[in-house]
Write a protein that binds this ligand. Sequence first.
Ligand SMILES: C[S@@+](CC[C@H](N)C(=O)[O-])C[C@H]1O[C@@H](n2cnc3c(N)ncnc32)[C@H](O)[C@@H]1O
Length: 351
Amino acid sequence: MAEEKQFLLFEDNLKTLDINNRRYLGSKYRLLSFIHQVVEQNCSTNWDSILDLFAGTGVVASSFSGKKLMTNDILYSNYLCHAAWLGRGEIDEKKLAAFLTEYNQLNVSEENYMSENFGDTYFSSAVCRNIGAIREDIEKKYEEKELTFRERAVLIASLLYGIDRIANTCGHYDAWRSKEDRLSCLELFMPAFQPSFRTLGNQCFNEDANDLVLKVSADLVYIDPPYNSRQYCDTYHLLENVARWEKPKVFGKARKMDRNHLKSRYCTREAAAVFDELIQNIKARYILVSYNNMAENGNARSNAKITDTELLSILSKRGEVQVFSTNYKAFSTGRSWHPENEERLFLANIK
Ligand SMILES: C[S@@+](CC[C@H](N)C(=O)[O-])C[C@H]1O[C@@H](n2cnc3c(N)ncnc32)[C@H](O)[C@@H]1O
């Protein structure tokens, strides 16, 4: 994705980043024009709000400028990034830029939670000491009311994006590459806030999607759940750990914390039943679902949990369904691309 990363300078040599400048499994950044085309050609023009229920990076919600943007994700690390990019609170960009510049000059020698648990794994010990010290300082500044909730979210998001850029992995925290591949320098960038993100009463949530839909409504609900048995909390445990900063015990070679409370039912055999419950409870004019065609194409872990027949029959209970498709490259555990893989959008026009 290197070609998508175009960093600009903010002030004092502080580079800026965009919402899509991170590696994320299943990110729909490359599908945005397809999604917009389907919405523009098939939904009426007078709709006002979008709820991105499984928002991941938040790129889909953020692309609908001029609408009320609502995001949700079960992972707190994603929620903080949404709050940073799309949240409502005011932020003092000059103050944040000064903190980020300070963090970029750190060279910490004392050990801390990060170096003790992750030293010489995904990062060198020196980088871990800096990550731990920065995260601790953000929390201290927040507790001492030097930062608002959204400003804290901006600094943590900048740290998470910075970690992602140098982690010695393919972007998933299951294993690390050889020591020689480790980058030695952590550099934090300033999020480049787009005026189009500052729209009407944005809201960010951090809940199980099935619980949230009982409480909120939107004109367009966009649904992009995990397709297969790979749990996002397993893949991104390290980012979640840094975001939560509860300093839990970590286990095994990959140094994962206990993640039982973060497991998604969409990655299990219950997926179709859970999806049915979700769809029947949604209050919206349109439901747009992303789902690929990997039902039986990949290896066992890549196989989609919900079949096309199930998707169609569940959505049809709510109204007329149209299906749109495009070729899209899918990532598999073998790190190979399946060019024949197709990404589909199912649009239900609610009765
Ligand atoms: C395929 S990704 C979404 C990618 C996103 N559309 C993007 O463009 O970045 C699925 C997301 O659903 C989240 N998730 C999984 N189960 C969930 C649940 N029950 N409720 C809310 N979010 C969930 C995962 O943490 C993950 O970020």
